[in-house]
Design a protein around this ligand. Structure first.
Ligand SMILES: *[C@@H]1O[C@H](CO)[C@@H](O)[C@H](O)[C@H]1NC(C)=O
Ligand SMILES: *[C@@H]1O[C@H](CO)[C@@H](O)[C@H](O)[C@H]1NC(C)=O
Ligand SMILES: *[C@@H]1O[C@H](CO)[C@@H](O)[C@H](O)[C@H]1NC(C)=O
Length: 597
């Protein structure tokens, strides 16, 4: 349904004078959710000017409010971090007039919360002590229905590489949120005193199962931060182990808000958010399946653009993520300096400026994949967009850190079925569909003699560990790794099924993995069977990767299995062989030159 424009609401608000509390503009600005996704782009802006007109609007009382979806932190820097919560008069999400009216169905959402002229006042505190004996930073802001009652603060004045606790409260009241914990990054450019550890996730599909993979990182409590490479939510209508609300494919702002809120009821997702600061980027499903700059599988043109606006806005409301450049509204690509140990480049290979992708069909067969086959060699084709490419290459060249970690949604390495399909790339929706862009990355690595580059990737719902080999352009020896430019660690999904999982027994799945490692020289380990995640431990002398498989997604549990371990030594730019990759043994899938137990 169409909702009253904010201007009309403000007239009602002006009438409420008796107990009115003056709401200052700056107090709205402290809530970074109003940047969602951009104040500078009128078509994307939350109408702050209209909200200011409600300066005489009254406040919700503490009794009316609750912290509905836990607490979260993200985008840690060495002295600051983003803190998130939601303080609302309802667990329901707010309906909005930002719907692609007349283009897609305008759903009637009887359950949706209606916009309100009242504001909720919220404060945060951050401290090195669990009991908040000394508060290092604090702040106060308002939130309103305009941003679905979400709250995002930047906490500052923090010490590097230090554990902090944070909480929120209703202003001047005793109602408090749960307590969250986080660690800041080490001081930019400085030596880091110990190895650091991160868990890397992708593809968490709520209907397909419980997020046990998130819970395992909390139960073990050995990581410093977590990374999500995208497909944090899915837009489909789906009801399997659980139902994704709203029970339809998402198009409107309400839909995306409700979808995020539904995901944020999984206990293990709530726990990982409150236990560690996360670093996030999106893939296609945060907007729509197989999206590119001008459409997706199920939407194009204006419908797609409106849908994307709604999706992006809900994403910035719900995720503890910074907006690095307000000039460039949909930019999410950004980097993090972890002392002088590593720089982390979080790419957007999906939504920012990707040229036409394969919407359906594989290996040149079906859908629009024939059309894309004709484009893959174009020099002006890009998966990142040229602004982002320029930023990335400059960042790689100028990095003084020991390691360069690259968070890419989709897999960078080539993926074929070998002679079976004439070495044809299987999936042009990955870097395999953007060959010139991939060549430019290799040219940058070679030209700058850049060492210690490690790609981290997701999207495929399977695990792939490869040397970065510039096949067809530079010599590469798959046995020794000689000629490689670095390493790629690509992880399986938190819960999304792979093409084989759930359909075939493990011996068949492992057989297919065996075929894949034979077909692709640079591919050293592959597994299609397990859902899971991987951890990386980064030190000056070496980087270690450990892949974990989770078993039963039908109920919440903490079971997991080590699938394989890998080592990359400083300066070697390839997976270490001892005697072969992975120490010669893995516990799932297929391992080149080694055995699977
Ligand atoms: C993007 O979509 C619009 C509407 O469908 C179309 O007019 C335009 O040509 C498309 N642009 C590209 C680059 O495909
Ligand atoms: C890319 O290059 C091709 C071939 O040179 C050309 O036909 C096409 O118009 C170019 N596209 C853009 C967006 O410049
Ligand atoms: C990378 O390592 C090689 C071999 O040790 C060295 O020659 C080169 O200078 C290094 N690159 C940079 C940018 O330091």
């Amino acid at each position: 349904m169409m909702l009253l424009p904010h201007l009309k609401l403000s007239a009602a608000a002006v009438a409420l004078t008796a107990t009115a509390t003056i709401v200052k503009a700056s107090s709205f600005e402290n809530n970074l959710a109003y940047n969602s996704p951009s104040r500078r782009h009128p078509s994307l802006a939350v109408p702050l000017a209209h909200i200011y007109k409600r300066q005489t609007g009254d406040l919700f009382t503490p009794n009316e409010l609750s912290f509905t979806h836990g607490v979260a932190s993200g985008d840690p820097y060495d002295t600051s971090v983003i803190l998130w919560t939601r303080l609302a008069p309802t667990t329901e999400n707010v309906a909005s007039d930002l719907v692609p009216g007349g283009i897609v169905p305008i759903y009637s959402d009887p359950e949706a919360a209606q916009p309100s002229s009242k504001a909720a006042c919220v404060e945060f505190q951050i401290s090195t002590s669990k009991t908040f004996d000394t508060v290092v930073d604090s702040g106060r802001a308002y939130t309103t229905s305009d941003v679905d009652y979400t709250v995002k603060f930047e906490a500052a004045n923090l010490q590097p590489f230090t554990v902090y606790y944070y909480r929120f409260n209703v202003c001047d009241a005793s109602k408090v949120s749960s307590v969250g914990r986080l660690r800041t990054l080490p001081e930019k450019g400085k030596k880091v005193g110990r190895n650091v550890k991160l868990a890397v996730y992708s593809c968490s599909n709520y209907p397909e199962g419980y997020f046990n993979a998130y819970g395992n990182a909390v139960r073990k409590d050995t990581i410093d931060w977590w990374i999500h490479l995208g497909d944090y939510i899915y837009e489909y209508k789906d009801s399997d182990v659980r139902t994704a609300l709203p029970d339809r494919e998402t198009y409107t702002l309400y839909d995306y808000r409700k979808r995020h809120a539904t995901y944020r009821t999984d206990p293990d997702l709530l726990n990982i958010h409150s236990a560690f600061a996360g670093i996030f980027t999106w893939d296609d499903h945060e907007v729509a399946d197989n999206s590119w700059k001008n459409g997706s599988l199920n939407s194009e043109g204006e419908v797609f653009q409106k849908r994307k606006q709604a999706a992006v806005r809900a994403y910035f409301e719900w995720m503890p993520i910074r907006q690095v450049d307000m000039d460039d509204s949909l930019r999410i690509w950004r980097s993090f300096a972890v002392g002088d140990l590593f720089d982390l480049f979080m790419l957007d290979t999906r939504q920012y400026n990707r040229d036409l992708t394969v919407l359906n069909g594989i290996a040149g067969i079906g859908g629009n994949s024939k059309e894309v086959e004709k484009l893959v060699d174009l020099q002006n084709r890009t998966i990142m967009g040229f602004n982002q490419e320029e930023w990335f290459y400059k960042g790689l060249r100028e990095s003084k850190a020991k390691w360069k970690l690259v968070g890419s949604q989709v897999i960078f390495s080539r993926m074929t079925l070998g002679n079976l399909l004439g070495n044809q790339a299987i999936n042009r929706d990955q870097w395999d569909g953007y060959l010139a862009n991939r060549d430019r990355v290799y040219e940058t690595l070679e030209g700058g003699k850049i060492n210690n580059t490690v790609f981290l990737a997701g999207d495929s719902h399977a695990a792939w560990v490869s040397d970065l080999a510039w096949l067809g352009k530079r010599e590469y020896d798959e046995n020794t790794g000689k000629g490689a430019f670095g390493v790629e660690l690509a992880g399986s999904a938190v819960s999304s099924a792979s093409v084989l999982t759930g359909y075939v027994p493990r011996f068949i799945s492992d057989g297919v993995s065996g075929l894949l490692i034979k077909a692709n020289p640079e591919l050293q380990w592959q597994d299609l069977f397990y859902r899971g995640y991987f951890e990386i431990e980064v030190g000056y002398g070496e980087l270690k990767g450990e892949f974990w498989g989770v078993k039963d997604l039908k109920k919440r549990n903490g079971e997991e299995k080590l699938l394989a371990r890998f080592l990359v030594r400083d300066g070697e730019n390839k997976l270490a062989r001892n005697p072969s990759v992975g120490g010669g043994v893995a516990y799932a899938g297929a391992l080149k030159g080694g055995k699977v137990e």
